[in-house]
Design a protein around this ligand. Sequence first.
Ligand code: NDP
Length: 339
Amino acid sequence: AKVLVSGVNGYVGIWVASAYLEHGYSVRGTVRSIERAGKHIKDTFAKHGDKFELVEVADITASGAFDEAVKDVDLIAHTASPFHFLGKEPSELIDPAVKGTVSILESVYAHAPTAKRVVITASIVSVWTYLIDSPRTFNELDWNEQAVNLVKEKGAEAGPATIYGASKTLAEKAAWEFVEKNKPSWDLVTINPPYVFGPPIHEVNSADALNTSQKFLFDILTGKLPEDGYETVSHNLVDVRDVAEIHARAAELPQAGGTRCLISAGAFYPQDELDIANSIEPKPWDGLPKGRPGVTKDKRHLITVSTDQFDRVYGFKMHTPAETIGDSLKDFKARGWIA
Ligand code: NDP
């Protein structure tokens, strides 16, 4: 079977393509520019011979952009969408997120009669909101309407994280609405991860050039957050290799069809991640900061994620945070980013 993976040069996208190849699929990956992004990807997948091919989709927001790319594919994994906190205008994120999603679905609908399932890399930010006063566990019935409303009211003033949240919420809603309205012969699966951490295999030449999530982990582990940043806001994390594996299994498991799947390896304060890193033996890096060990011991997390649906549909053992963090540190060291 053949899978189309959009955004195959991204941190998540290249791991997702790799998982499909390991599961025996042929993969057609898309990038905006083969000239800019092609060599590293082709080198990475050279061992898979003609089971991997790379095509260009220069503007994912254009109607019909994926018409050629979807031909003869059995599955589609849509990962391409901006994830950064640098957007000045909401449209910088919302347009590619929403139009990119609708455009790939339209192309599948019109030009991929062999397609059985579309898997979208959604996000936990289309589920939860930080605008709550007391701790809450979110599940797959929740939608981050607050981000959408805030961006509607305040535009750019809503702030970059809220803009990102709105972009992912609107894109995922557009996908479910497309399916509801058009009743295609294929079904839809969304995977909704929190912060994705773990060693990158995409092209990245400096720590500063890391993708948003892994750069956040780098900053945590190298002591770059402001002091109160280690103990005031917690987040959930998941390993990039597990995110990729879930995409591959999403293609295979009948019961995955039609589900939004929240995933998480747990909620952590950055200090907890430092504590975990410091407990790894042998020590991955002598320079690891200690922070203030134990300071979060009695703190509750504002947000936790229900993984009941993950357990029901996928139910495999994910990497432990110690593995994710330990392997990330090893990778930073191997690249010479920590000495
Ligand atoms: P990266 O920045 O590493 O990858 C983003 C991918 O999307 C790249 O292929 C990029 O291509 C493409 N892309 C971004 N903007 C555009 C655009 N305007 N037009 C066309 N393509 C675009 O980020 P991640 O790998 O982390 O993100 C991949 C997906 O995973 C996204 O959908 C993101 O929302 C989702 N996600 C990520 C999480 C994480 O913690 N990393 C958590 C939850 C969800 P190019 O290089 O050409 O810009």
